[in-house]
Design a protein around this ligand. Structure first.
Ligand SMILES: C[S@@+](CC[C@H](N)C(=O)[O-])C[C@H]1O[C@@H](n2cnc3c(N)ncnc32)[C@H](O)[C@@H]1O
Ligand code: SF4
Length: 464
């Protein structure tokens, strides 16, 4: 079966362009955050944006880092605990942080997007979900059409959890699966039988949650093309609205517990590319649309519609249909984004609690964007989300001659054009179907910091 969304993957091109590169959830990227950006800078920017954006809606993120067990591959900001009091205490402090932040944000600004990420937000008990969910709604008013989403681990979830999520207004969810193969699951310490995942999806559907997403991973130990195809077959039968198929980032020198996964258990680079090829070809030939950066969605999903209309947007919460909202992030390690500022919260619990006890916002580093950063962020976002860049629009908005300002980038794009990844025209730049798979490589050509810092680059995961 073929359809118009089908993508055929050229492995040789993937090999040629496989190199470390940023994922551009922010620009400038996190390695350029520094401690010169503190609470005072954050407060100043919130005030500035209140004036600039007056009654505009906002986005909220809550980081819930706790998990029941450790998946050995995990690269998220998480910690295992079985101490319910510890979670209870953390929720108290999330509410404290919200209480400090709320009065700084324009009173009329409502929430258009709320996301709980982790760790595992559903490791909270149903009562804790209600307590935090209700507290958020006491502090903030929500837009009627707000996107309210949560990350779920099907393994500890009960129907009562799902009912509590629904009660406090969640209308979208995303759940981890990774791979259904028992040997892979055992090796990564994540035993998750198929029926648990099916049950979770059924509950979500019964309770009316939309846009159900499932996370898979390729490149895990002992994965083979034949076995991963079976996982994909089950997923196609479950029929989620969206799928993320992440490339396993194995960085044992930085993430200690990943040393429990031996290098020799991992698929070889060639096999890993075959796994990627299989995933893309099978999912796109089965009716999913490749949204970009590991993500797929049904043709009638709001993300696909937004991509078709050129209005897709991306930030730390992933893809969204709401461009450029101020994002206020609450909880350890989380990153907030204002019009021209990124700022990150402290990473450990104790300093987080200490700062809040003193009545301080718990931020510790960030970056203020220059005019050039703002321009390049828009170019990179347009390319990453909509695979198209209207040069004239950029010229008018920023009062510049595109081909002059970006002469270096355009020159570096020529080989990518010759390889059929991008079309360079007088008035626009268009990413081809194959170019979508290598979108980070295209975006990297517009990254001022990468160009400047040749030779002393920070460590990024590989682009394919
Ligand atoms: C916060 S978890 C999802 C919610 C929940 N904790 C769970 O695992 O079901 C986010 C997702 O990140 C992905 N992930 C975790 N570690 C990764 C790594 N080292 N490389 C690539 N993706 C990773 C997994 O697909 C995981 O489902
Ligand atoms: S993948 Fe999810 S459940 Fe597993 S350790 Fe990471 S955050 Fe926790």
């Amino acid at each position: 079966m073929t359809n118009r969304h089908q993508i055929n993957v050229d492995i040789e091109l993937l090999k040629k362009y496989d190199q470390p590169g940023p994922r551009y959830t922010s620009y400038p990227t996190a390695p350029y955050f520094h401690e010169g950006v503190d609470e005072q800078v954050y407060r100043k920017h919130i005030e500035k944006d209140n004036q600039l954006k007056k009654d505009e809606p906002i986005s909220l993120y809550f980081h819930l880092p706790f998990c029941d067990t450790l998946c050995y591959f995990c690269g998220c900001n998480m910690m295992v605990t079985h101490n319910r009091q510890k979670i209870e205490k953390y929720i108290n402090y999330l509410i404290k942080e919200m209480a400090l932040l709320r009065p700084l944000i324009g009173e009329k600004r409502k929430v258009m997007q709320l996301h709980w990420g982790g760790g595992t937000p559903t490791y909270l008990s149903p009562e804790q979900i209600r307590r935090l969910g209700n507290a958020i709604r006491e502090f903030f008013d929500f837009e009627d059409e707000a996107e309210v989403s949560v990350e779920i681990d099907p393994r500890e979830l009960t129907r009562e959890h799902m009912e509590a999520l629904k009660e406090v207004g969640f209308n979208r969810c995303s759940m981890g699966v990774q791979d259904f193969n028992p040997q892979v699951q055992k090796t990564v310490n994540r035993i998750q039988p198929e029926d648990i995942t099916r049950q979770t999806v059924d509950w979500a559907r019964e309770l009316g949650l939309q846009s159900i997403n499932i996370d898979l991973m390729y490149g895990l130990p002992f994965q083979t093309v034949d076995m991963f195809e079976k996982t994909l077959d089950i997923i196609l039968d479950i029929d989620p609205d969206r799928l993320a198929v992440f490339n396993y980032a194995h960085l044992p020198s930085m993430i200690k517990h990943q040393r429990l996964i031996k290098d020799e258990w991992l698929p070889k680079p060639e096999e890993k590319l075959q796994l990627l090829k299989l995933s893309i070809e099978k999912l796109t030939s089965s009716g999913y649309v490749y949204i970009g950066m590991d993500h797929f969605a049904k043709p009638d999903d709001e993300l696909t519609l937004a991509m078709n209309e050129g209005t897709l947007y991306r930030n730390f919460q992933g893809y969204s249909t709401h461009a450029g909202l101020n994002l206020f992030a609450i909880g350890i390690t989380s990153i907030s984004m204002l019009s021209d500022l990124y700022v990150q919260n402290v990473k450990k619990l104790n300093p987080y609690y200490e700062r809040l006890e003193k009545g301080q916002l718990p931020v510790f580093k960030g970056v203020e964007l220059t005019e050039d950063d703002i321009l390049r962020r828009e170019v990179i976002t347009e390319l990453m989300c909509n695979f198209y860049l209207d040069k004239k629009k950029i010229e008018q908005k920023y009062n510049l001659i595109f081909d002059d300002y970006f002469a270096d980038a355009l020159e570096k794009l020529v080989p990518l054009q010759q390889d059929g990844l991008i079309e360079l025209q007088e008035n626009y730049l268009k990413v081809t179907t194959m170019g979508r798979l290598l979108i980070r490589n295209i975006a990297m050509q517009f990254d001022y910091y990468l160009a400047k810092k040749e030779g002393q680059k920070p460590q990024f995961s590989r682009t394919v």
